[in-house]
Design a protein around this ligand. Structure first.
Ligand SMILES: Cc1cc2nc3c(=O)[nH]c(=O)nc-3n(C[C@H](O)[C@H](O)[C@H](O)COP(=O)(O)O)c2cc1C
Length: 186
């Protein structure tokens, strides 16, 4: 089963990106095929013009279509998700998340914006009809520490949320696999 990690930060040294990559490594250890798509690598002009026919946008949306589950990662920008993540979501088809399990994650400068995942990102993702949106993971900057020497250090509370998120993905994907098998057998 394939899980697509979508990074929504414009920053190449993104904290959210490091958290996302960490989740990807853990999921790979659990036997999932992991793919990564950073929205910042897509052509900005095509995103700004919502040019969903641009070949690179077509390739990116096809990767979304092929994935069984998607982890959406965003920094908090102005009390919401990043603009580039929304620009990419805007070029997905109306039912672009149908049948997929979704795990939203975000990092922000302040705990005051913990709820952005629930009041801002979750309704947008729900409008694309995913099978399930799992409990989100929100971390503040101090909880995601990275250095060349030590690599990534996560606050224990975030490590716990990450473990819960991975367990949720496993449960949801195994469940949908069983439903597929039952449908074939029937
Ligand atoms: C343009 C901009 C707007 C931001 N707005 C908020 C905000 O409204 N609330 C908040 O908690 N943090 C805000 N931040 C802080 C980022 O969310 C935080 O530094 C985050 O960890 C950055 O993630 P990244 O390294 O993955 O890009 C903002 C940062 C920038 C650059």
């Amino acid at each position: 089963m394939t899980i697509l990690l979508i990074g929504g930060s414009p920053s190449t040294t993104s904290r959210t990106g490091r958290l996302l990559q960490h989740i990807g490594v853990l999921l790979e250890h659990e036997g999932f095929d992991i793919e990564t798509l950073h929205v910042r690598d897509l052509p900005a002009d095509a995103l700004l013009h919502a040019d969903y026919k641009h070949p690179e946008i077509v390739r990116a949306t096809a990767r979304v279509a092929r994935a069984d589950a998607i982890v959406f990662a965003t920094p908090v920008y102005k009390a919401a998700y990043s603009g580039i993540l929304k620009a990419f979501i805007d070029v997905l088809p109306q039912f672009g998340l149908k049948g997929k399990v979704v795990l939203p994650i975000a990092s922000g400068g302040s705990l005051a914006h913990t709820l952005i995942l629930d009041y801002a990102l979750r309704p947008v993702l729900a409008s694309l009809y995913p099978q399930q949106i799992l409990d989100s993971i929100y971390a503040v900057e101090e909880q995601i520490v990275w250095s060349e020497a030590s690599g990534l250090t996560l606050d224990p509370a975030i490590e716990q949320r990450v473990g819960d998120g991975i367990a949720g993905l496993q449960r949801a994907l195994r469940g949908s696999k069983n439903i597929e098998r039952e449908a074939v057998a029937a």
